[in-house]
Design a protein around this ligand. Structure first.
Ligand SMILES: *[C@@H]1O[C@H](CO)[C@@H](O)[C@H](O)[C@H]1NC(C)=O
Ligand SMILES: *[C@@H]1O[C@H](CO)[C@@H](O)[C@H](O)[C@H]1NC(C)=O
Ligand SMILES: *[C@@H]1O[C@H](CO)[C@@H](O)[C@H](O)[C@H]1NC(C)=O
Ligand SMILES: [Cu+2]
Length: 173
């Protein structure tokens, strides 16, 4: 097999890996409600910059406050509030590598367990698998795991140029 083909496959892998971001529904099927265990939910996943959290709940029954660590611990949302959401279907893009602290600020819900934090990591290429030579066409991406975290492909400007280069290489084969 020619070097160009290996190079092409490597580019495809870089393209797929670099373009993946995830959408996580907080609480999975239980959603953002009293009774769900958000501490254990938040430990089930790895969160990377570019991922999105979706909080689903009946509007008015709950809300979402992004807060400081101190306010997360005290559950007193009168200070230390960084952002508030209350639409019932709040989509929050995790655009920084940092700890995010969330509480529900409806009376007693935070102390009752409606709070969690996540440590969002820089999205980088450490988990790119090395290209494995193979003569078969690349298999389709594996189906998403059985959870409400969906994997989507984001075609940003960078990915566009990578795919353009990859396409150019393909024409040379
Ligand atoms: C999260 O990342 C760690 C370390 O990279 C890995 O061992 C673990 O399997 C990952 N967990 C999930 C749910 O992807
Ligand atoms: C929350 O904090 C504010 C300001 O520090 C304080 O006035 C209020 O009493 C606190 N509320 C509770 C329930 O502790
Ligand atoms: C990749 O991410 C890991 C975990 O966040 C971090 O430890 C490492 O320094 C990062 N590497 C680069 C090159 O950014
Ligand atoms: Cu609540």
């Amino acid at each position: 097999m020619g070097e160009a083909k290996i190079f092409f496959m490597f580019l495809v892998m870089v393209f797929l890996q670099g373009a993946v971001s995830e959408v996580h529904t907080v609480g999975d099927e239980l959603q953002w409600n009293t009774g769900a265990n958000f501490g254990s939910w938040s430990q089930k996943y790895n969160f990377s910059v570019g991922d999105t959290l979706v909080f689903k709940y009946v509007k008015g029954q709950h809300n979402v406050y992004e807060v400081t660590e101190a306010t997360y611990r005290s559950c007193n949302g009168s200070t230390g509030v960084l952002a508030t959401y209350e639409s019932g279907n709040d989509q929050i893009e995790l655009d920084q590598a940092k700890k995010y602290w969330f509480i529900c600020n409806i009376g007693g819900h935070c102390l009752g367990g409606m709070r969690f934090f996540i440590d969002v990591k820089e999205a980088n290429s450490t988990n790119i698998r090395p290209p494995t030579p193979q003569s078969e066409p690349l298999p389709p991406p594996p189906p998403p795991p059985a959870s409400s975290c969906a994997t989507i492909y984001v075609f940003d400007g960078w990915s566009f140029w990578i795919s353009l280069i990859a396409f150019g290489v393909l024409l040379q084969l």
